[in-house]
Design a protein around this ligand. Structure first.
Ligand SMILES: NC(=O)c1ccc[n+]([C@@H]2O[C@H](COP(=O)([O-])OP(=O)(O)OC[C@H]3O[C@@H](n4cnc5c(N)ncnc54)[C@H](OP(=O)(O)O)[C@@H]3O)[C@@H](O)[C@H]2O)c1
Length: 272
């Protein structure tokens, strides 16, 4: 289905590039992808990377597009839709990946029955390992729902949610979450260096440990607590490390980090 779908991007930044990369890898035809991007340097960079049509003008990418991906910063979304809303065909699917812009705000400048999906992706989309949460509008047809899933599946895993109030929590967990794990990778490597390991070795051990542990949770289907108990022998090294993490409040700090990001996302969604 994707290889005969024309997909237009408004904004050719990091997330758009991740999606274009994924779509091409998933079999989208390059001539079916168009990007509107105002920054000439960015246009040139995209042209070097991807054999897709890259234009300066937003309205130029709209005619014939079956899906329009809004990939500009949140503050610019309403203006962009004000410009493009009247130009869209009634059956064009609009996907917005902008954080904190609600379905109601998106709908403002669109026809009441325009197919519309709000999406929260994350940066591992850059390597096809993202997770995107999709929030469909109430009137979305099964065909448009499938198209939205297929587009986002080209960047990784997809979940669909019905509750718009969850989007701030999703932003706080999977949207901001990669940064929490980058911090952990850095700190684990520091720990290795503190034990006398060379930095390059410590970096590699830290990142491969994070990847391996994450894959083990995912692929074993076991709860993380079960996996933790399996590697914790009585009086051993791992329990000694875990006791330190618990006394330092790492578990509580992670919960509080997600909650703080949730509060910030709620404030940004409310325009503060
Ligand atoms: N990156 C993430 O981790 C992440 C995660 C979840 C959601 N998102 C959402 O994804 C969206 C894009 O984020 P990003 O990180 O890809 O941002 P980005 O790299 O700054 O990309 C946005 C691009 O849109 C261009 N642009 C600005 N105004 C425009 C206009 N009126 N018409 C067309 N293009 C325009 C920008 O050009 P200029 O630089 O010249 O302004 C820029 O190249 C945001 O709404 C963000 O909330 C991002």
């Amino acid at each position: 289905m994707l290889n005969d779908t024309t997909i237009a991007f408004i904004g050719g930044g990091n997330m758009a590039a991740a999606m274009i990369h994924g779509l091409l890898a998933a079999g989208s035809a390059p001539e079916r992808i168009r990007v509107a991007e105002p920054d000439p340097d960015r246009r040139e960079a995209l042209t070097r990377q991807y054999p897709v049509a890259i234009m300066a003008d937003n309205p130029a990418v709209v005619p014939g597009a079956q899906a329009l991906v809004i990939a500009v910063k949140p503050g610019k979304v309403v203006g962009v839709l004000g410009e493009l809303g009247p130009l869209l065909a009634p059956e064009t699917l609009v996907l917005s990946i902008a954080a904190g812009v609600s379905l109601a705000q998106l709908q403002q400048n669109l026809r009441a029955d325009q197919p519309l999906v709000r999406v929260m992706p994350n940066t591992p989309a850059l390597i096809g390992a993202g997770i995107a949460a999709l929030l469909p509008c109430a009137h979305l047809s099964p065909a448009h729902r499938l198209l939205a899933r297929q587009i986002m599946a080209s960047t990784g895993d997809v979940v669909e949610v019905e509750e718009e109030s969850w989007m701030d929590g999703i932003t706080a967990l999977s949207g901001s979450g990669p940064a929490y794990l980058f911090l952990m990778a850095e700190a684990l490597s520091d720990g290795g260096v503190a034990c006398g390991l060379p930095r390059a070795l410590a970096d590699r051990l830290a990142v491969k440990t994070l990847i391996g542990a994450a894959r083990l949770i995912d692929e074993s289907g076991q709860h993380p607590a079960v996996l933790k108990n399996q590697v914790t022998s009585p009086g051993g090294t791992t329990i000694a490390g875990l006791v330190q993490l618990e006394s330092a409040g790492v578990r509580g700090a992670l919960i509080a980090a997600v909650q703080a990001a949730w509060h910030r996302s709620q404030a940004l969604s409310a325009g503060h």
